[in-house]
Design a protein around this ligand. Structure first.
Ligand code: PLP
Length: 401
């Protein structure tokens, strides 16, 4: 039973006893939120610069989103993909119109599933006369593509592999973007990259190198697949980071920010007829609830973008980040990232850890990325006041270190 009278220790006890221990949970209980603010049951306030790892793109407790979801829940939550799903068709149309790519969309429920679909597209693309011909997919070291078996295989971060080696064939690892040229072979059907590695240290790829790679892959008839699970849906200031880089990928996977907290994944694909009915599917993917949420999120964010509010808040956020680097040269080396997918490179892993935990004590949620980056993924609707308050708390935390 959902009983708000449980004590936090009781709930932590239930969590420990009944939930498989895959997460290192912090002992905190939030009961509601308002845009970039979160509150505990005893009204302790936090500023949220993490937005559920880039998910709550339109903030917490967003009334428009809540109304859309509630309305949809009263009308229809779910029907099979065997029938027309009105908000799904409208969401696909909206996504394609916003990005301007000549693509079609497959909907799923998460980032890993969006990448699974991308991997399936690549394998299908590599078939010749109905048989496997080219099947290898190149990914990068320090990449992160998910935790299902095949997306784990695609993931380059070593720590993710510890418990799961050895993996089946099919993925090739390149050290960095320059190394992709050495790794690609005659059996390669696709390259899968993040333009800004989210878990691997918020490191944006070099724009010119990305454009050269796109050209090279086109010439070689190898698919360029971009994982925009974290960077997509206006996180960088544009609907997709691919727009910032001026490229047209063959496949884009996205998820996190699209549902504003309702699980949804989407794979956009320029090979519009790669699949036939039966080739792929999902019970829940793109159902009434999640696609209605996605539509509402896109409408809100499109307004933020068109009004210039998003660009303005990005500028302000980066102004404060620059200030942190100049005010705390002993803690931070530099600022990294694009738009509201950004970070501060700490001098070492210890500082990264201490900044995050001291900020928490000051009432600010921030994240880590890679070995030494303090990561910021605030809601895209964050207000100037919330940004200012968040950085005041971050400064207070840093002064204590
Ligand atoms: N790809 C990237 C770039 C991600 O950042 C993530 C999640 O953090 C994933 C894939 C996996 O997404 P999910 O956890 O929704 O399966």
């Amino acid at each position: 039973m959902f009983d708000k009278n449980y004590k936090i220790d009781d709930l932590m006890g239930f969590d420990e006893k009944y939930v498989l221990p895959t997460y290192a949970r912090t002992k905190i209980r939030f009961s509601y939120g308002q845009n970039a603010k979160l509150y505990t049951p005893c009204s302790r306030e936090f500023i949220d610069f993490g937005s559920g790892i880039g998910v709550c793109s339109v903030g917490h407790g967003n009334e428009k989103l809540a109304d859309s979801i509630a309305q949809q829940a009263r009308d229809l939550l779910h029907l099979s993909n065997l029938y027309l799903i009105e908000p799904q068709a409208l969401l696909a149309k909206k996504l394609i119109e916003l990005c301007g790519y000549d693509m079609r969309v497959f909907f799923s429920n998460s980032g890993a599933e969006a990448n699974e679909c991308a991997i399936k597209i690549a394998r299908k693309f590599g078939e010749k006369d109905g048989k496997m011909d080219r099947y290898k997919i190149v990914t990068l070291e320090s990449s992160f593509h998910g935790r299902t078996i095949s997306t784990l295989k695609a993931t380059g971060q070593d720590k993710m592999h510890v418990h799961f080696a050895p993996f089946p064939d099919g993925f090739l690892r390149a050290k960095d973007i320059d190394d992709i040229y050495n790794v690609v072979d005659s059996k390669t059907c696709a390259v899968l990259i993040e333009l800004i590695q989210g878990e691997g240290g918020i490191s944006p790829m070099d724009k010119q190198k990305v454009q050269e790679l796109a050209k090279f892959l086109k010439e070689k008839n190898i698919l360029l697949m971009v994982d925009e699970v974290q960077s997509g849906i206006y996180r960088t200031g544009e609907i997709f980071a691919s727009k910032v880089y001026g490229i047209t990928p063959d496949v884009i996977s996205t998820a996190k920010g699209l549902g504003g907290g309702v699980p949804i994944g989407a794979t956009l694909c320029g090979l519009k007829n790669i699949f036939e009915p039966g080739d792929h599917g999902s019970t829940f993917g793109g159902n009434f609830l999640s696609s209605r949420a996605g539509l509402c999120v896109l409408e809100i964010l499109e307004n933020e973008y068109n009004s210039g509010a998003l660009a303005k808040i990005i500028d302000l956020f980066h102004h404060y980040l620059d200030g942190m680097v100049s005010d705390f040269p002993l803690l931070f080396e530099k600022k990294v990232g694009i738009g509201l997918m950004c970070g501060l490179v700490a001098k070492n892993a210890n500082i990264q850890k201490n900044v995050i935990s001291t900020a928490f004590e000051e009432g600010l949620l921030i994240l880590k990325s890679g070995k030494n980056v303090v990561r910021f993924l605030p809601p895209l609707t964050i207000s100037e006041k919330e940004v200012c308050e968040g950085f005041t708390r971050l400064k207070n935390a840093c002064q204590k270190l």
